[in-house]
Design a protein around this ligand. Structure first.
Ligand SMILES: NC(=O)c1ccc[n+]([C@@H]2O[C@H](COP(=O)([O-])OP(=O)(O)OC[C@H]3O[C@@H](n4cnc5c(N)ncnc54)[C@H](O)[C@@H]3O)[C@@H](O)[C@H]2O)c1
Ligand SMILES: [Zn+2]
Ligand SMILES: [Zn+2]
Length: 364
């Protein structure tokens, strides 16, 4: 079928074109895309900071309605509302264990351009193959995904509001609720108040953390963090962050730390402020950076330092929980979203880049 999609042929460029999308193969579904969030991974792939295989259609925070089922799809029906999430091979040991976020083929499936069978689903008007991002490519009015990463959600909820659950919100909220699993009353320091960090703030409040300390450089974002549940907000330009966190926690340090920016020095600060038995989680993308870690920040405190892809969440079980929190008003993600018509995709990226908008959402 003919579709309209935003294609990147050269680094930094994005253009809406008509492309041909093939029919869903076995295990796949055709989705009519209703909306798609803009995430930094799209921008990094467009600019080729991440060497995603061009030409490619980006977009990996799509939501939509199932329009056609490939052979052998169970658990989804035509007309279902779905949130699309990240791909996985489905058969490696991690996938078999229900941990798609640790899939051995993760990088290849995210950025390599092909679906799990090693083929593409898009061709341009000259008959040239076009790659897909995250086995999804939802900067398009239709896309194909494997049923495994299309998560059926409550049709009563406004679908376009749920885009960021597929990546950004899942990453921040998952890091807290799936990876850390804080006991009520625990303390947490969150570095970064973007879509990911703020999602961690909302999750920390849901988990009952007693001190939720948020660090950013932008006061407006810190104020929003407060509205979402932060108990303490720190502007990194205005204070000595580690010293202030130690003071807030009475010299104990925090039980949990999250780095949701991707800046090595913040990773070091996060480890510095962990208390005894603390757990520090890195989700910010630091590229090829080497991060020196003071061994005493780990050994002396019996602390743990880990990373997490997509918050260490299994979308099939975690996204429905997030939708329930949203319905209950406990995950106020609307506070960070702004909607744009699909045609204004360049403006959406510009507003994300300048930081004016936290989560731009393209609507079809
Ligand atoms: N691990 C994963 O699976 C995964 C998934 C999605 C996003 N990410 C990554 O998570 C990170 C955050 O994503 P986002 O969408 O929230 O980005 P964002 O740009 O919206 O948020 C980053 C925030 O960090 C703040 N910041 C920048 N420099 C800072 C500093 N020196 N000190 C304190 N705050 C600072 C910015 O003001 C901004 O509010 C990015 O690196 C992104 O690529 C990772
Ligand atoms: Zn993303
Ligand atoms: Zn796998």
């Amino acid at each position: 079928m003919k579709i309209k999609a935003a294609i990147t042929r050269e680094a930094g460029e994005i253009k809406i074109e008509t492309l041909e999308l093939s029919a869903p193969k076995a295990g796949e579904v055709l989705v009519k895309v209703v909306a798609c969030g803009v995430c930094h991974t799209d921008a990094s792939s467009i600019k080729q900071f991440i060497p995603a295989r061009l030409p490619m259609v980006m977009g990996h925070e799509g939501v939509g309605i199932v329009e056609q089922l490939g052979e052998g799809v169970n658990g989804l029906a035509v007309g279902d509302h779905v949130v699309l999430s990240f791909p996985s091979c489905g058969v490696c040991p991690a996938c078999a264990d229900g941990k798609p976020y640790a899939c051995k083929d993760m990088k290849q499936l995210f950025f390599g351009g092909d679906y799990t069978d090693g083929t593409t689903r898009l061709v341009d008007e000259n008959g040239e193959a076009v790659s897909s991002l995250f086995g999804q490519s939802s900067f398009a009015d239709h896309c194909i995904v494997e049923a495994r990463h299309a998560v059926k959600v409550d049709p009563e909820v406004d679908l376009k509001a749920l885009c960021s659950l597929g990546c950004g919100v899942q990453t921040g909220a998952g890091a807290v609720l799936c990876r850390m699993k804080p006991e009520p009353g625990s303390t947490i320091a969150i570095f970064g108040a973007g879509a990911v960090g703020l999602s961690a703030v909302m999750a920390a409040k849901i988990a009952g953390c007693s001190k939720i300390i948020v660090v950013d450089l932008v006061d407006a974002r810190l104020e929003l963090a407060k509205e979402m549940g932060a108990t303490h907000i720190l502007n990194g330009k205005a204070c000595d962050v580690p010293a202030t966190i130690m003071e807030i926690t009475g010299g104990l340090g925090v039980n949990y730390g999250l780095e949701a920016v991707g800046v090595p020095v913040l990773v070091q600060q996060m480890l510095e402020v962990l208390g005894g038995e603390g757990l520090g989680v890195l989700v910010g993308v630091t590229g090829d950076a080497q991060i020196p870690v003071h061994a005493n920040n780990l050994m002396d405190k019996n602390a743990t330092f880990t990373g997490a892809i997509e918050g260490g969440a299994n979308p099939k079980t975690f996204i429905p929980k997030l939708v329930q929190f949203y319905k209950e008003g406990r995950l106020p993600i609307d506070l960070m979203s702004k909607y744009y018509p699909f045609e204004d995709i360049e403006k959406a990226f510009e507003d994300s880049h300048t930081g004016e908008v936290i989560k731009p959402i393209l609507v079809f």
